[in-house]
Write a new protein. Structure first.
Length: 425
């Protein structure tokens, strides 16, 4: 399927299946729209991102738009799609030199086959009349999840002044704001949303949604005074290393554990693009060798963490279970295991919908995610962690595999304790 993301006034491209308008609420017939609220929000705050940051974010917005439009059900295997995406940018010559790396990054992120083309005339939104560069010294993503909560707390404890950036999601927006006010009340908390509205029924896979989060972080980083003065800005992306590795739990779950947003290989691909664009933004996940429990136990402010952590969100099906943790998806199981290893009571807000995972029925023990984790635990118990990892880790993707191997081994051990305690067999 061919998707084009262009300014609303740009003529259509022949052969396009679906057209999106960038950064405008045009609502023209048979067109989608994406990113329409972002420019106005930044302008009202006096923020003026660089033109190259807008280009990168336009590509991110376009990837999200395409991801939400192209149906997986029409693909030969029900998962892998072929997506040809054309994006209008301010500097198509430069971005054409980055197409191969961006394609590799998107393929790795969403599990699809992508093709990218760039055309001129991209949107560089009108800046505010008087730009107000920010005085924070770094950017930290704050999703409303447990890991980003810890990441923001640790950043402040390190003496940093983080500008906190959130991608708004129904059910998380209020907790994002509360976390920001409790962690760094003097810092700006920037909440944005890609607001993708496809011209057809949404696919809702959202495998590429996370690249928009990086785009928002890059926009924010170029609005800091230190960036204007020529410094390189850290963009911190907190995520535990077990989830980041996305190791398939069974042979049938290739690449679908959770998210690849913070996989080291993906971040390196994006980093190389940012470097070539001379954006002076460094992507950093300080927890890529750390399990979720180790993040909890190592958090620099245990008092503040204990006060807020039960309000954080981990569930992969949060909106589908009435904005309540399901308790049985892989991220929920990792969350529950981390509480157990941390040794603090798990008072997750509203509890877990499926708390009794040891109950032997299709909703509990025989649910796919629970069964897959159980199979992974048994594989490691019988044959060692290498039998689970297989070809999912290699030196080409990771360099020194050893620390990543160890974090997966420890993560599985935490899950094994959870399953044993709940009677999952």
């Amino acid at each position: 399927m061919r998707i084009a993301c262009l300014p609303s006034a740009a003529p259509g491209l022949p052969g396009t299946d679906h057209r999106f308008d960038l950064y405008t609420n045009s609502r023209l017939n048979e067109r989608g729209r994406v990113g329409d609220l972002v420019p106005g929000r930044l302008r009202r705050l006096g923020l003026a991102p660089s033109a190259m940051a807008w280009d990168f974010t336009s590509i991110a917005m376009a990837a999200v738009a395409a991801d939400e439009t192209v149906p997986r059900g029409r693909s030969s295997d029900g998962w892998t799609r072929e997506i040809a995406l054309t994006v209008a940018v301010g500097d198509p010559g430069f971005w054409s030199t980055q197409a191969d790396r961006m394609i590799e990054a998107l393929c790795f992120l969403s599990g699809d086959i992508w093709n990218l083309e760039f055309v001129g005339g991209g949107v560089i939104p009108v800046p505010p009349r008087q730009a107000r560069p920010r005085q924070e010294d770094m950017v930290c993503l704050l999703s409303g999840g447990m890991d980003s909560l810890i990441g923001a707390i640790d950043a402040v404890h390190e003496g940093k002044s983080p500008l906190l950036v959130s991608q708004m999601a129904k059910g998380d927006t209020a907790s994002q704001a509360r976390f920001a006010s409790m962690i760094a009340s003097a810092s700006l908390h920037l909440q944005l949303n890609h607001h993708a509205r496809p011209p057809i029924v949404s696919e809702r896979s959202q495998r590429a949604r996370s690249i928009a989060f990086l785009g928002f972080g890059v926009l924010a980083a170029t609005c800091l005074q230190s960036h204007r003065d020529g410094a390189t800005v850290e963009l911190r992306i907190p995520e535990n290393g077990f989830i980041s590795q996305n190791v398939p739990l069974t042979p049938l779950r290739m690449g679908t554990l959770s998210t690849r947003t913070t996989h080291p290989h993906y971040l390196r691909l994006v980093q190389s693009v940012l470097d070539d664009a001379q954006l002076r933004v460094t992507l950093h996940n300080p927890y890529d060798h750390t399990t979720k429990d180790e993040m909890l136990t190592g958090c620099a402010d245990q008092g503040l963490l204990t006060q807020l952590v039960d309000e954080s969100t981990s569930c992969g099906r949060f909106s589908r279970t009435g904005y309540r943790h399901c308790g049985r998806c892989v991220p929920c199981q990792v969350r529950r295991a981390s509480y157990l290893a941390w040794g603090r009571p798990d008072h997750t807000r509203n509890g877990y919908k499926y708390a009794s995972l040891g109950q032997n029925d299709a909703r509990h023990t025989r649910f796919d995610d629970v069964r897959s984790v159980a199979m992974a635990i048994e594989t490691v118990r019988r044959h060692g962690v290498e039998a689970l990892i297989g070809g999912a880790m290699n030196t080409e993707l990771l360099g020194n595999v050893a620390p990543y191997r160890r974090v997966v081994e420890r993560g599985i051990a935490e899950l094994a304790v959870l399953h044993a305690g709940l009677g999952v067999s």
